[in-house]
Design a protein around this ligand. Sequence first.
Ligand SMILES: [Zn+2]
Length: 410
Amino acid sequence: MTPTTLFYIFISILIVSFIIDQVLDALNAKHYNDVIPEVLNDVYDTEEYQKSQDYKKTNYRFSLITASFSIITTLAFFFLDGFAIVDGIARDFSENEIIITLLFFGIIMLGSDIITTPFSYYQTFVIEEKFGFNKTTKKLFIIDKIKGWLMSIVLGGVILALLTWFYQTTENTFWLYAWALIAGFTLFMNLFYSRLIVPLFNKQTPLESGSLRDAISNYAQTVGFNLDKIFVIDGSKRSTKANAYFSGFGSEKRVTLYDTLINDLEEEEIVAVLAHEVGHYKKKHIIFNLATSVLLAGLTLYILSLLISNPLLSQALGVAKPSFHIGLIAFGILYSPISTITGLIMNWFSRKFEYQADDYAKNTYKAQPLITSLKKLSKNSLSNLTPHPAYVFMHYSHPTLLERFKNLSK
Ligand SMILES: [Zn+2]
């Protein structure tokens, strides 16, 4: 294979994945006006339904513009030998391969962040604002940006430096060391994310004693679940959208409820949502997801190790001197069709798990408050009630509201 052929394989992968995304989005958009299933008729009143229609259409138009802009800039970057230029800049500063890798990815990420920030600003302060979701101030937006940057520099920098160093010193067995590092990091983050990272962005307070806490404890006791770490997070400082999630395991397991969730739902509904989360834990979904992502990382790193030292990768991107960072970029593009497929499989499992967690909540608590909570949450986030099945298959990690309703009312 010649470098030019490989270059055009990269370009084809980028264009085909753009087209698939756009076809699915368009297919989904064509069904915005479908008749709402009768059992979901009570989700919206006429005015709210109109608002949800506007919200979907606005988001669709906006994503079409951002995706088109992104594919055009990406292709321009490829055709103008952008990677060779950035590689040259990084090499002007240092001869050390680790520093070159860090500078290379630092410049690429800074550049792409500068380009995408106006879009995320528009999304937050124009679209989300218009539909009443946004609670973020401009000051908070900037602070979040800076904190996010510092976090990527510290965490991303350490991991990238170690990966480059492993590659430099161990060559063929590099993937094993890299795998151990990624696995350790994944496990560590799963256990301590809520304690170490979340506090940088949000305030978490233990759920105060009272009837809600009692109701939750009573339920937890009936299923023999030790649930002493229940936290309320101040999600309302950024958005009115609500959520609840489980994190960690063993003695680090905890439940986090958004303050918006507590405001939007009745006590019974919150317990039902929690019962669903306990279901995920009891059915071992959390361990399954963790184990699968570690195994997938191992597979990816192994394939990476087979390809990365091939000089063809860097030549295809117009860079004469092969290096770890250029190999990583080339591999990332070649691997993206495979990661799309593994993503599909993971989404399929995730939707199965949602049914299992819903069943758990139904069997150990009640189905009705879970149904009404799902309807309220859909209404409050102006969700699409009639998504296209192909779109659901590709993108949804949760079954649709209609499917969950049917399963819960069985
Ligand atoms: Zn769930």
